[in-house]
Design a protein. Structure first.
Length: 137
């Protein structure tokens, strides 16, 4: 009987210990917040343009969980899967919590489509991408 009491007290102590332990938070891996600038001179969605037209695309990126690390703009023509880097930039410590940048794009002198991909990566490698497709006519 004494052993049974000892076992019950031990089980109760283990249960209380396990229930009172704080669970470690799981890192949700929240990617950076990125939005296109709108209004005025900015193109912020898919668009039809003429050959050699110039457009301006602006992004604003904001830290959500981890500091911002890099910004990249790439493009692919006519449905191609691979993209070519147009602009690549490592952000400074001053830009780690928020970044804003404008890019001027000159459409090709050829009918087709251009897919422009704007990417922000944070220090944990979380990625946010925004895409604009230009239809050149």
């Amino acid at each position: 009987m004494k052993n049974l009491k000892y076992i019950l007290v031990l089980m109760l102590a283990i249960t209380i210990t396990l229930l009172s332990c704080k669970k470690k938070k799981v890192d949700p891996h929240v990617p950076p917040d990125v939005v296109f600038k709108t209004g005025g001179i900015y193109t912020s969605s898919d668009r039809t343009v003429n050959k050699k037209d110039t457009i301006t695309v602006g992004i604003t990126a904001t830290k959500t969980e981890d500091d911002l690390k890099s910004y990249n703009v790439s493009y692919a023509y006519d449905g191609g899967a691979t993209t070519t880097t147009f602009y690549n930039y490592l952000l400074t410590a001053d830009e780690a919590t928020g970044y804003s940048h404008d890019i001027k794009i000159i459409a090709r002198n050829q009918v087709g489509t251009e897919r422009w991909v704007f990417s922000i990566v944070d220090r944990d490698g979380n990625l946010t991408q925004k895409t604009i497709i230009l239809t050149v006519q």
